[in-house]
Ligand binder design. Structure first.
Ligand code: CUA
Length: 367
């Protein structure tokens, strides 16, 4: 592969730790320790890459950035605490039973059959029933903040449609269409209408609110609200096929002024190519299969199979937050997407060097 970006390994992921000639090593424990250290470093780096994801948006339920997400975190800690008490209680009783295995009867209560039955009823039925009812009331009835906003009750409505495997994002009332990177104004209630174009997906931005399934034929609603400006990570939370894992998204909570100018730009047609190379790139795009799957507003390209590319260069990630939107990665994606995201609908393209470079320059100009 000639494009820089086709190597998708992260730093430190070189796994060949053999010496020259592939001999297993006879030079003693120091080298063994060095290899161990290198492998540990590689694992730590790979782990950090996985945890950090692509594009920097955090997505931990334990770091909430909205009222609903705070309530969900509180509930999570309560459930963990209650489950912990129940677990420790059960382990304690098991230990007690084991230590007293040779003695007849119960501690304190002796061999009273009524007391034995009473214990089974209390610990096996009454306490579990009380705990489960309490948790049900708190989680399903008590947390009102996570509820979907009534239609028309928010200053902004966004439509997010799940596809195998990307998120299509529209702003009703405007021409704006984008993918995988949802912008909202900070400290503003946003009504997200969730839909799907194919199978069931689930829209989930853990630091902002609960999950919302995207069910064929049944649009749902979800409240999005962010306490402070920032980038929040999201993930499809319902298995939806081979690339379910690579169906990530980013939510940008922008100051209102910046959000308005972003939205105005998203609604506009593409920036006309400014250089001969970019013009050639646009011609390559229109003449190839690209145009039958992707839309670039302001050109004849009207495809709806893949994401809208009108302002592709403004996005920070590609392929639903799978790789960064940088020239090498973009080149690798165009040449061999099946290597990065097997079974996605994007085919690889076999273009001449100059056509390929022109296409990249054009795509990079779509701001
Ligand atoms: Cu979409 Cu999982």
């Amino acid at each position: 592969m000639n494009a820089e970006g086709t190597d998708t390994r992260g730093p430190g992921e070189r796994t060949d730790t053999r010496g020259p000639g592939g001999r297993t090593d006879a030079r003693g424990p120091r080298r063994g320790r060095r290899i161990g250290y290198r492998m540990a470093t590689a694992c730590a780096l790979a782990g950090a890459g996985l945890l950090g994801g692509c594009g920097g948006g955090g997505q931990s339920t334990l770091h909430p950035h909205s009222g609903p997400a705070h309530d969900i975190r509180t509930l999570w800690w309560w459930m963990l605490a209650v489950a912990g008490v129940v677990f420790l209680g059960a382990v304690g009783l098991l230990l007690l039973a084991w230590m007293r295995r040779r003695r007849p009867g119960l501690p304190l209560l002796g061999e009273d059959e009524g007391a034995t039955v009473g214990l089974v009823v209390v610990f096996g039925f009454v306490i579990p029933a009380l705990v489960l009812v309490a948790l049900f009331v708190v989680s399903d009835l008590g947390i009102r903040t996570t509820e979907a906003p009534a239609a028309g009750s928010t200053p902004l409505t966004v439509e997010v449609t799940g596809h195998q495997w990307f998120w299509e994002i529209r702003y009703p009332g405007t021409q704006a269409v984008t993918a995988n990177e949802l912008h909202i104004p900070v400290r503003t209630r946003v009504n997200v209408i969730t839909k799907t174009a194919d199978v069931i997906h689930s829209f989930w931005v853990p630091e902002l609110n609960r999950k919302q399934d995207m069910v064929p034929g049944l649009p749902n609603r979800l409240l999005l609200y962010a306490d402070k400006p920032g980038v929040y990570g999201g993930q499809c939370a319902e298995f939806c096929g081979a690339q379910h894992t690579h169906m990530g998204l980013l939510v940008f909570a922008d100051p209102p002024q910046r959000f308005r100018s972003w939205l105005a730009n998203m609604g506009a047609a593409r920036v006309a190519p400014g250089t001969p190379t970019e013009r050639r790139g646009e011609a390559v795009f229109q003449a190839s299969q690209c145009a039958s799957c992707h839309t670039i507003r302001g050109t004849p390209a009207r495809g709806v199979i893949g994401p809208d590319l009108t302002h592709l260069a403004t996005r920070s990630t590609l392929a639903a937050r799978t790789i960064p939107n940088r020239p090498g990665y973009l080149g690798g994606w165009v040449l061999d997407p099946q290597h990065i995201k097997p079974e996605s609908k994007m085919p690889g393209f076999n273009l001449s060097g100059p056509d390929f470079q022109a296409l990249l320059a054009y795509l990079r100009s779509l701001r």
